[in-house]
Design a protein around this ligand. Sequence first.
Ligand SMILES: *Cc1c(COP(=O)(O)O)cnc(C)c1O
Length: 376
Amino acid sequence: MKPIQMVDLKGQYQNIKEQVDKSILNVIENTAFINGPEVKSFQKELEEYLGVKHVIPCANGTDALQIAMMALGLELGDEVITADFTFAATVEVIALLKLTPVLIDVEKDTFNIDIEALKKAITPNTKAIIPVHLFGQCSNMEAILAIAKEYNLYVIEDAAQAIGADYTFVDGSTKKAGTMGDIGTTSFFPSKNLGCYGDGGAIFTNDDDLAVLLRGIINHGMYKRYYHDVVGVNSRLDSIQAAVLRIKLPHLDTYCNARLKVAEYYNTAFVSTDKLTTPITSSFTTHVFHQYTLVLNGVDRGALQQYLSDKNIASAIYYPVPLHNQKAYIDDRYNEDDFTITNELCKTVISLPIHTEFEENQLKYITEAVLSFVNS
Ligand SMILES: *Cc1c(COP(=O)(O)O)cnc(C)c1O
C-alpha cells in the first residue's frame, strides 16, 4: 500500500491536468496577471454557484476575514465573538485590528459555536459574531441570525472549511454556507475543498454598499487610480489562481460528494465500536467534510497516531490547543469552566485522511488499521 496522505492533490490534478495546464499557460501568454479577465469570470461563476450578489476575490482566507471587519467599521474596544475551537486565523485578525476577541465554547456533537455560550458572551460592547462552519458543516445560522438581529450585531461567516455546504431554514428555503450573514469569507488554500495552486480567498455579501467598500479595501482603498478614499490593503487574487479555480469550480459538488462517500465509509466501519464517536451532522445543514474528525473515548491518541504512521497512514490533530490557551490569546477574562467542551475535544479528536481521490481498498486499509488498534 502506498503512503496515504491527508489529501491527494496530485491525484486530483492528474484528472484535470490538461485543462489546468492550458488555462495557466493562457494567463501567462496574455500577461494579465493581476485583475485579469480570469478573475472577473471566476467572480461571476462563483456568484452564480453560491447564489450571492457579490463575490470579492482576495489573496487568502485570513485577509478575507480581516477585510470583512475593516469594511464593517469595527473599532478599538469592539468585541467580536468567535469559536475557541478553530484555526487561529479567525481570532488572529480580530486581535490584529485591535478589536477584542471573545472566545466561546463549542457544541460537543458538531464542534460549532454553542448558542447558549454565545448568548452569555454578549455585552454592550459586542459588535459582531464570527461563526466558523468547522470541518464542513454550517453552524446553527437560524439561531445566530436571530440573536444578531435582537442585539444588532454583524455576522461574518467563516466558510473556509464549508464552501459548497447547504443550509436549510425552518421555512424550507436553502442558502449556501457563507451567504447568510452580512459577510461571508472563504479560503482557496490548496487543501481546502475548493483549493487553488497557491494562496487565494474570497469575500461574499448580498449588500451592494458593502461590496463597493470591500472592492476598494482589497486594492489600497482605491476607486479611481491613485485616489485613495479609505485605508486599504493589497489583497488580490492573482489571475493564475483564478484560472485554476475556474477549472475546479464545476467539479466542486462532485468533490464534496466524493468526500461525503468517504465519510460514510468511515462511519459505517466505525459503528462497531464505542471507542470512536463518529461525526454528527446537524439536520439543518449538509456536510462537505473538509475534515473527517473522530472523538476518541479512552484511546491513547498518540499511540494510535504512531500505529497509523507505522502503516503509512497520515492523521492529524485539528486542533491540539484551545485558542484561549494559546500564548498569543491568553486573557484574564477567560475562565476554564467556560471551555469544558473545547478543552476536552483538543485532547480527544483525531482527523483521518479525506479527499476526492480515494480507492476503496485504501479506505478498507485505513479502517482496518484504526479498528485493529482500538480493539486491541
Ligand atoms: C484555512 C482557514 C482560514 C484561513 O485561510 P488562509 O487562506 O489559509 O488564510 C481561516 N479560517 C478557517 C476556519 C480556516 O480553515
